[in-house]
Design a protein around this ligand. Structure first.
Ligand code: HEM
Length: 357
């Protein structure tokens, strides 16, 4: 394997949005910082642990199952939806060849991965549902709402059955306009993150470390990518009486933003914190490494992680096997200030063909 300095990734610069860069420049290594008059940022591993153990996330703090169209989503319903999308992901993974050998994953990422995953997991679902995977809808929640309202009102309805995913069957079996609208909202909430987050995670990994050494496992590559570019770079906890009791610097009116982006680069916790070193995970347990929380806190870890990891590994595996790499001409990638942290566009092509972007 080439040395760290001669590795192509050492010639690449990750350009963070100014506010993210300022966060790192000004606050790296601190355990607690005041971000706004009413917002505290927490980056210390021990303090993060104490805050996140203090109470469970409320329904408005939960990223996936916030209330939908003004209606709360109970834990029971949330777990049933997760089981449903879990079945769809499993059946995609259990195909004899989930990624056929001839699949070409070259092109700009994450969008190329996003499109591939929507085809792989959502198969032949009707267009009015598949359109809910569009990344354009992220621009404005009103767009999502309009798309859902229009789709739920369309007169013809899909016939339920095995030709649809389990998630689409929830829509096909819904009675009446309101239930159809709700089922479409659930489809967007549960299926879109599978495509968005997995393709973003893989794009981040490629940007940070491609081409990878042959002996490095996909899993370790992903753990290390989530350390340096945690897709969930902040976790919100609204003001709550437990928090001032934990640390006197937190006021009763302060909301809390946990900042894995900073914790994951804390020089007190990590050797060479800014370097992409997947091999560090050979000796670390990602579920039990202080300050490492890409999937949240041990008390309530991401429910989707068991889908995310195999899907991301599958894509990485194919990319490595088909000798796709980051175009050597690409020297910069931008990381915008959005909820899902990731590089905006990474150009991926065949090792023998890519030269310049
Ligand atoms: C790279 C991919 C992903 C990352 C890094 C990630 C990260 C996280 C984190 C950090 C939390 C804890 C949030 C908190 O405590 O405030 C969380 C919770 C959760 N995640 Fe994920 N997630 C990913 C993908 C997914 C996917 C694909 C799904 C569903 C299809 C999902 C469903 C959930 C659910 C249901 C919770 C529990 C809280 C809630 O209702 O939102 N996640 N995730």
């Amino acid at each position: 394997m080439p040395s760290a300095t001669s590795h192509p990734s050492s010639r690449r610069t990750t350009v963070f949005a100014p506010r993210l860069q300022a966060l790192m420049d000004e606050h790296l290594g601190k355990d607690l910082v005041r971000l706004e008059p009413d917002t505290i940022g927490i980056a210390g591993a021990e303090l993060s642990d104490r805050i996140l153990s203090a109470r469970r996330a409320t329904e408005t703090e939960r990223p996936t199952f916030k209330p939908l169209h003004g209606r709360s989503i109970s834990k029971v319903e949330a777990s049933s939806v997760m089981r449903t999308i879990g079945k769809d992901v499993r059946s995609a993974l259990e195909q004899p060849r989930p990624v056929p050998e001839w699949t070409d994953l070259s092109g700009p990422w994450p969008i190329t991965g996003h499109r591939f995953l929507s085809d792989m997991v959502l198969r032949d679902d009707p267009r009015r549902l598949r359109v809910l995977m569009s990344r354009t809808l992220e621009i404005d929640p009103k767009l999502t709402w309009t798309t859902i309202v229009a789709g739920a009102a369309l007169p013809r309805r899909p016939v339920p059955g095995p030709h649809l995913t389990h998630l689409a069957n929830l829509f096909a079996e819904a009675d009446g306009y309101h239930d159809r609208r709700y089922a479409m909202g659930i489809y967007r909430r549960a299926a879109a993150p599978v495509c968005f987050t997995v393709s973003t995670l893989v794009a981040n990994a490629l940007w940070l470390g491609s081409p990878f050494g042959e002996d490095v496992s996909n899993r370790n590559i992903l753990y290390e990518a989530m350390r340096l570019l945690p897709p969930s770079w902040n976790l919100l906890r609204n003001r709550s009486p437990e928090y001032p009791a934990i640390d006197g610097r937190i006021g009763h009116g302060d909301d809390i933003l946990m900042l894995p982006l900073l914790t994951h680069r804390d020089p007190a916790l990590w050797e060479a914190p800014d370097e992409f070193r997947p091999e560090r995970w050979d000796d670390l347990d990602p579920d039990n490494t202080p300050g490492y929380m890409p999937f949240g806190h041990v008390s309530e870890r991401c429910w989707g992680r068991h889908m995310v990891m195999p899907l991301a590994e599958l894509l990485l595996d194919h990319i490595r096997r088909t000798e796709l790499v980051v175009a050597p001409g690409q020297r910069q990638a931008h990381v915008p200030l959005v909820g899902l942290l990731g590089v905006k566009a990474v150009h991926i092509g065949h090792r023998s063909k890519v030269r310049h972007v």
